[in-house]
Design a binder for this molecule. Structure first.
Ligand SMILES: *[C@@H]1O[C@H](CO)[C@@H](O)[C@H](O)[C@H]1NC(C)=O
Ligand SMILES: *[C@@H]1O[C@H](CO)[C@@H](O)[C@H](O)[C@H]1NC(C)=O
Ligand SMILES: *[C@@H]1O[C@H](CO)[C@@H](O)[C@H](O)[C@H]1NC(C)=O
Ligand SMILES: *[C@@H]1O[C@H](CO)[C@@H](O)[C@H](O)[C@H]1NC(C)=O
Ligand SMILES: *[C@@H]1O[C@H](CO)[C@@H](O)[C@H](O)[C@H]1NC(C)=O
Ligand SMILES: *[C@@H]1O[C@H](CO)[C@@H](O)[C@H](O)[C@H]1NC(C)=O
Length: 447
């Protein structure tokens, strides 16, 4: 009697749901799951009764015809630990495909000509599955490193048993997810390198031993309920920090994009993607200059601060922004729009030389250049030995054009309404009416 279900071209989805059904019926003996897929067709299995545990003998009996004829190349993905709970926890059940860590595995199962799964295989020792495969194939196992697999030459006219060890060491839900996701990448890599060699194979994914039943407490600590299925935000890159000779941070700059477009070029180049050298930068108590030297361009920001008696405080201005490339220079004046109290930083969603202009070209040649800095933040003074920006003074004032337009049109309509109301209130009914039965109104006319 065969204990496993053959999903044929089945997807791992049904496999996972099948596992989920198993969760309640956790047997007393230790079990590991085993997934098998192949480029040739595997013999099918009759459906097992739910909750049945496949014994090693039953697996051996199933494998005999599989490897009985011809030469086989078997890939054994041996993960240090594995249990069906890993599939239910990390498999992205309920159609949450984005959350699944087994993407390459799922794809391989779907694209292979046939696949078979043994959700609960009796576990009898660490070496039982490798030994069994070794016996069935009559080939010595070859431990392969996924990185060097592409250089390995396989003699496909004999049986090969390639073992790929996958780690499984984690202590939190998040780290388990990472480890499994890395393993899945390795599986994808190995399979695609075999595909590139055009080798037909049978692959087996299983665990050296059952993974510790992952305690459900991390799940309970997690926020339960509906969560947005948004992609995790990418890591925020570090700001550019210039430190003075005595290692005090004195200029900081952060920008999501530093787009520049030299004369005659149609597109923009994003300098924020490249690494810059800061040589040539300087700072003292009144002036700061940040010079960013990229491969083909040099971008420099000159700032100064001084005391303004009217507001009784120091303000800094971004006096100029200069771009230099081989033979071409451009200079922009920023002091009209880019200023902040000296102890603050300046932030703007978009600092541009052509739209809502904050950077004014300083000469005729500079008008040929286009600059656009997205999510730009700069601070040249008052960093006080910290590597955090101070409070940001934002370029967007409270009253934006949109707010003004809304305000003015509402006020205009209110005015018209009040005028109309006023006119209506001015209307009086007549105090006397003409009565046809009574004497007509006589207007005495005395000349
Ligand atoms: C592959 O193995 C067979 C059987 O051992 C042998 O005859 C053949 O020469 C081998 N081929 C290569 C390319 O090594
Ligand atoms: C560096 O900056 C700190 C703090 O602004 C200042 O005290 C120090 O004198 C500066 N060092 C040099 C060499 O300019
Ligand atoms: C700061 O540097 C600028 C430019 O190099 C210089 O003109 C100015 O005198 C310096 N100020 C101080 C206080 O050192
Ligand atoms: C720098 O300019 C050269 C020549 O125009 C170009 O080949 C190269 O890709 C540029 N490098 C970068 C990083 O833009
Ligand atoms: C400035 O920061 C550095 C590193 O964080 C620290 O070693 C140093 O003592 C600090 N200096 C002052 C004056 O706070
Ligand atoms: C900088 O900000 C981070 C995160 O807000 C904070 O943990 C850190 O203590 C701050 N550092 C300083 C020197 O204020």
């Amino acid at each position: 009697m065969a204990e496993s279900r053959n999903f044929g071209k089945g997807s791992i989805m049904s496999f996972i749901l099948f596992f989920a059904a198993f969760l309640a019926s956790g047997g007393s003996t230790a079990q590991v799951p085993l997934l098998m897929w192949s480029t040739k067709s595997l013999p099918s299995l009759t459906s097992p009764p739910a909750g049945h545990i496949t014994s090693m003998e039953e697996l051996a009996a199933y494998l005999t015809p599989v490897f009985g004829s011809g030469s086989n190349t078997v890939l054994l993905f041996l993960q240090d630990k594995l249990s069906k709970d890993d599939f239910t926890l990390f498999g992205g059940v309920f159609g949450n495909k984005q959350e699944s860590v087994f993407r390459n595995l799922e794809a391989a199962l779907q694209s292979s000509s046939s696949s078979v799964s043994f959700p609960a295989l009796e576990w009898t020792g660490e070496s039982s599955i490798p030994t069994l495969l070794q016996q069935k194939l009559g080939a010595a196992p070859l431990l392969v490193d996924p990185d060097t697999l592409s250089h390995l030459s396989l003699n496909t006219s004999i049986n090969n048993l390639l073992i790929i060890n996958l780690p499984y060491s984690c202590n939190s839900l998040k780290s388990c997810k990472e480890v499994l996701s890395n393993n899945d990448e390795i599986i994808g890599k190995v399979l695609s390198s075999l595909k590139a060699k055009d080798v037909s194979y049978t692959a087996v994914y299983t665990g050296l031993q059952p993974s510790q039943a992952i305690s459900m407490s991390p799940l309970l600590n997690k926020q339960v309920g509906r969560t947005l299925l948004q992609a995790p935000t990418a890591d925020v890159k570090a700001p550019i920090i210039f430190t003075n000779a005595s290692r005090f941070p004195c200029i900081m700059l952060w920008a999501q994009n530093l787009f520049i477009s030299p004369p005659g070029s149609s597109g923009f180049i994003d300098l924020a993607k490249e690494n810059a050298s800061l040589s040539g930068s300087m700072c003292n108590s009144t002036n700061s200059e940040l010079v960013l030297t990229y491969v083909n361009y040099t971008l420099s920001f000159t700032m100064s601060q001084r005391f303004y008696p009217v507001s009784a405080r120091n303000w800094f201005t971004l006096d100029s922004v200069q771009v230099r490339s081989s033979g071409q220079n451009a200079s922009f004046v920023g002091s009209h729009g880019i200023y902040a109290p000296a102890e603050y930083s300046f932030h703007c969603q978009s600092v541009s030389s052509f739209r809502d202009t904050l950077l004014v070209p300083a000469n005729q040649d500079s008008t040929q250049w286009k600059l656009n800095f997205v999510e730009f933040q700069i601070q040249g003074f008052g960093l006080s030995n910290g590597t955090n920006f101070s409070y940001a003074s934002d370029c967007a004032g409270f009253f934006t054009a949109g707010i003004w337009m809304g305000l003015i049109s509402s006020l205009l309509m209110l005015l018209i309404f009040v005028y109309g109301l006023h006119m209506i209130m001015q209307l009086n009914t007549m105090d006397r009416f003409d009565d046809p039965k009574g004497p007509s109104i006589s207007v005495p006319q005395s000349d």
